[in-house]
Design a protein around this ligand. Sequence first.
Ligand code: UD1
Ligand code: CA
Length: 450
Amino acid sequence: MDTALIILAAGQGSRMKSDLPKVLHEIADAPMLVHAMKAADSLQPERIVVVTGHGGEAVGRAARDWDERAEIAVQEEQLGTGHAVAQAAPLLKSFNGDAFVLFGDTPFIRPETLDALKQARQQNDVVILGFHAADRDARYGRLVMDGETLQRIVEYKDASPEERAISFCNSGVLCADAALLFDLITEVKNDNASAEYYLTDIVGIARARGLTATAVACDEAETMGINSRIDLARAEAAFQAGARVKALEDGVTLVAPETVYFAHDTVLGRDSIIEPNVVFGPGVTVETGARVRAFSHLEGAHVSRGGTIGPFARLRPGAELAEDVHIGNFVEVKNAIIDRGAKVNHLSYIGDADIGEATNIGAGTITCNYDGVMKHRTRIGARVFVGSDTMLVAPVSLGDDAMTASGSVITSDVEPGALALARARQVNKPGMARKLMDRLRAIKAKQTGR
Ligand code: UD1
Ligand code: CA
């Protein structure tokens, strides 16, 4: 059975007080919309339709960045969730299969939960995802059940006191045959407290036609919606807490878990050790047995087995480190491939570079990769010894087994096995230092009278 996702993301999100559409605010370095899309990956949807309104173009771009198949349905006016789903109908006119409706601002639905919905769909025409709300006064739609059968959903605003006393609430997620869903929606009216076309009305309409409906329950935490910056901060904290537990369960040592920050896609191998205050930006993989020491920041980087990073290291996008590479304190690496066993231990910038196996980069080495207009590459061979404080003015290369003298400014290629000396020759002037000091003191005495 084919699956289509319909993700509602047209709401303005005015409580965010932001120029950015709500669903583009990020949790763990990914727009909340992407979290919703990721959760539904396990359904392997054939079609993904995102219903957008405010900031639609940017929302569409973010959706396609994550999954290029994403299609956009524009909802010009936000007339309610039922109206929003109806905007997807023209795109899915000839689609045959089930539709899942998700909200773009509800990023924590688990794949297992969507699978449970799919299971329940085998015996039911319409399946709603519900949860038991801890707060009895929460303003969610209430699920009116009769045994296993869901009779209808009543929105809080329209509910009687008895109905408001029901704790089983609507998450907003639902699943039904796509053609049926669009057909049911044509019957939805807006004669309610909000004068909106409620998607939730389709349940009562389906029951009146003699169709079956039920609700599946999930944990309330999964249905957490984000409406304000406070919610966003809470969602971030919830994500981080979950990511830390998952890393620990997967066999990663986190010395101080609450100080480590993950991106939505961080991958840490078993037996890797992450010291306190490490931040992972998007696109990081750390393999088995690697160690990331305190106060390091990694983004778009790959650390292979046995590597050690930091303390106080920064790996930027394109940092590709082979086995047993050492990156030490106050070292920045960007767009550089560093081969097995190479060491960059102190105070260096390695950008747009290749570094060969077992090469040692001395303290304070800089690849001068940018001429103000273009970036250039530095190529360093295997077993090279780069002396401290070497400036490598790219494009430039050092052959295998070459050396550079400390303090060199290297502007031309160095052949394999050669020593490059590129600094002024030292001159010592006997007695000159004392003479100079005496003269300076005499000038000062004359000026101050002391
Ligand atoms: C909705 C449900 C309610 C449920 C709650 C869970 C309806 C009628 N009510 O209420 O039963 O308990 O979610 O959080 O469905 N949207 C559009 N276009 C619109 C209106 C909304 O795209 O015209 C999108 C919003 O961006 C949002 C989602 O739909 O992502 C939900 O809309 P919202 O207005 O927050 O619904 P609630 O009133 O919270
Ligand atoms: Ca809401």
